[in-house]
Design a protein around this ligand. Structure first.
Ligand code: FAD
Length: 592
């Protein structure tokens, strides 16, 4: 069977039986929707992913974009991919009808987009960036800026980017130095350099709109002096579109995501780069967080999808490739067995399956909190969902990226020596996957955000909301007859998280902020362990007692994850609480 990219039965189960997306249709914003509208949408995404994007993945990995005469030329196959993605309605799937959108719940959009990302993540990348950029202008642009940029972006006539990073300002956006000088005509004159800008130039559409972070002359230092601007490659004028003094200074040679160019850009070398302020002066980073948070969820979906497509490839290979005999059967005259007959190969496959399913379910749950936070008519439900959305975002970005990388390595391992050859695809997905723990805030930055901002700075309210959800989940799973042996690790992990958070919070209150944050990576592991335990209880509960191979498979993944991974929570808790300080104390000079 051809690679399904993502398992249909699992996505249907998640959407309709675990996440109750039909329940969202009670909200006025989703009132036009029902299962009857979600199903054809899913079918269309599956078709485009499998028939259009997937066949182009390999050619685009082999032939990356070229930098020719100052502009970027992308793989010719990308043109038809772009047309199909635009026609599908991907760009405005979850946006309101008044900007041409379909008002789909983000839960449905995210999980259906997983197919597109698994088919060809680079091709989807242009779309994801364009939607994010357009949504920023939709949310914060003034009427003129919206009129100039919104329709061409949502209609796919132009594409968008996020232009944050500068050579000296990567993780630390406080150090952005690009500048913006006001003019009497209302626009600003931009100057500066950006690096790594994905989709920053190409020959797919006539124009690209960059959402750029820069400082208005005289702005305060640090993040409080950063503003956001829409800076098109070609700017509208009385005579049509004219060049806007945005120069592509080079294309990055990347190890993965080869179909999507990432470029270095230079703004205003000739002093004539026009940009339009989006949102309040000096309030740009806050606005940009809308796109960054959406992008973090998108990165999580992408990581899950990249692990998924590789898992399905490994599963098919393990069923086909024959090697060795069962333990105790040394008789070489008996036929060799398929790889999947070996228990350790099944361990590698089950681990991948559990990572993929857990990640997709985590993303679905996070997206659902986003739908509730934005569209529920009930104030208390919106506030509760917003707390959880904020808390879950760093986990939903990082767990699939880090564990997905492990899953991708296992997919390669299942292929043995063939996996290590570029004739087979798992090495390409491994290269692709690595980016997901780097862009949109590295894993380190997510750990600091989770502990420092989301939990401690928020006064513990988000943790209380999570505690309530996990406690309710444990009670429900118990009532539904989930094996008590599976509940216990989650209950213990939750207790460890609450205890550890109190200990770290006390360390912070006593003035030892460095000590509080030193183990933020372990804290992120601990919190992810609890959250994934909760996710797996929900999956175990929903698939309980169905008596088919699909639900037996899910029960087995649940058992595997809850008994082998969630039981590790105490280890991370002790690392945080003990303040083990080898890496804190090691001196630069001792490192070699
Ligand atoms: C392929 C690709 C595509 C990209 N696309 C875009 C894009 O479209 N738009 C855009 O604006 N940017 C983009 N980026 C940039 C990306 O977001 C940055 O690479 C990322 O934020 C990290 O910044 P940096 O590379 O400068 O690493 P650095 O910030 O130098 O970090 C290097 C290492 O040090 C760690 N570190 C840094 N600061 C701290 C700290 N305070 N405490 C502890 N550890 C720390 C980091 O976690 C990391 O491990 C892209 C990058 C790549 C590689």
């Amino acid at each position: 069977m051809a690679n399904p990219l993502v398992a249909d039965a699992f996505i249907d189960f998640l959407l309709f039986e675990v996440l109750d997306v039909e329940g969202l249709c009670r909200y006025p914003f989703f009132a036009e929707h029902s299962k009857a509208t979600f199903e054809p949408w899913l079918a269309a995404c599956r078709r485009v992913a499998r028939e259009v994007l997937w066949p182009t993945y390999r050619p685009m990995d082999l032939e990356p974009p070229r930098f020719e005469h100052g502009r970027v030329v992308v793989h010719p196959a990308m043109k038809s991919c772009w047309r199909e993605l635009v026609d599908l309605g991907v760009l405005s799937a979850s946006r309101p009808a008044d900007v041409g959108g379909q008002q789909l719940p983000l839960t449905v959009a995210s999980l259906s987009h997983a197919y597109l990302m698994a088919g060809n993540l680079s091709a989807y990348g242009y779309a994801g960036l364009t939607t994010g950029a357009a949504h920023l202008i939709e949310a914060f642009g003034d009427p003129q800026t919206r009129a100039a940029f919104l329709a061409p972006l949502y209609e796919g006539r132009w594409t968008g980017t996020m232009a944050l990073t500068e050579p000296q300002a990567g993780s630390s956006l406080a150090d952005v130095t690009s500048t913006a000088s006001p003019t009497a005509q209302g626009h600003f004159l931009l100057r500066g350099s950006k690096i790594f800008i994905s989709g920053g130039d190409h020959d797919l559409t006539e124009n690209v709109v960059h959402l750029v972070l820069a400082r208005i002359d005289g702005a305060p230092a640090g993040t409080r002096g950063i503003s956001l601007f829409a800076v098109p490659k070609l700017r509208p004028s009385a005579t049509g579109l004219v060049a806007n003094d945005v120069l592509v200074s080079g294309v990055i040679h990347k190890i993965g995501w080869k179909g999507l160019p990432s470029v270095a850009l230079s703004f205003g070398d000739e002093g004539d780069c026009h940009g339009w302020l989006v949102g309040p002066a000096h309030g740009g980073l806050k606005c940009m967080f809308q796109m960054m948070n959406e992008a973090r969820i998108m990165v999580g979906v992408n990581a899950s999808a990249t692990a998924s497509v590789a898992f399905h490839e490994a599963l098919a290979y393990a069923r086909e490739r024959k090697q060795g005999r069962p333990p105790g059967s040394a008789d070489a005259s008996t036929p060799p067995v398929p790889l999947v007959a070996h228990a350790d190969v099944r361990r590698m496959l089950l681990r991948q399956k559990a990572i993929v399913e857990g990640s997709l379910a985590l993303l679905g749950l996070t997206a659902r909190f986003s739908d509730v936070a934005e569209h529920s008519p009930d104030d208390a439900a919106r506030a509760h969902a917003k707390l959880l959305l904020d808390l879950l975002t760093p986990i939903a970005k990082t767990f699939p990226a880090e564990k997905g990388f492990e899953a991708n390595a296992l997919a390669l391992q299942v292929h043995g020596g063939y996996g290590y050859s570029s004739e087979y695809l798992p090495e390409a997905w491994l290269r692709d996957q690595k980016l997901n723990s780097i862009h949109e805030g590295t894993t380190t930055i997510q750990g600091l955000d989770l502990l420092g901002r989301k939990i401690v700075a928020g006064g513990g309210a988000a943790l209380l909301a999570l505690q309530q959800e996990v406690t309710d989940g444990l009670a429900r799973a118990g009532q539904r007859g989930v094996d008590a042996q599976l509940l216990e690790p989650v209950a213990k992990a939750l207790e460890a998280l609450v205890r550890t958070t109190a200990a770290l919070g006390a360390r912070g209150v006593s003035g030892d902020v460095t000590g509080m944050l030193a183990h933020s990576a372990d804290f992120l592991e601990l919190a992810s362990t609890v959250v994934l335990g909760w996710v797996w209880l929900r999956l175990a509960e929903a698939s309980h007692d169905r008596g088919d191979d699909f639900s037996r498979g899910l029960q087995q993944s649940a058992r595997y994850w809850l008994l082998t991974e969630v039981t590790r929570a105490e280890h991370f808790a002790q690392l945080c609480e003990s303040a083990e300080s080898s890496f804190v104390d090691v001196k630069d000079a001792w490192l070699g």
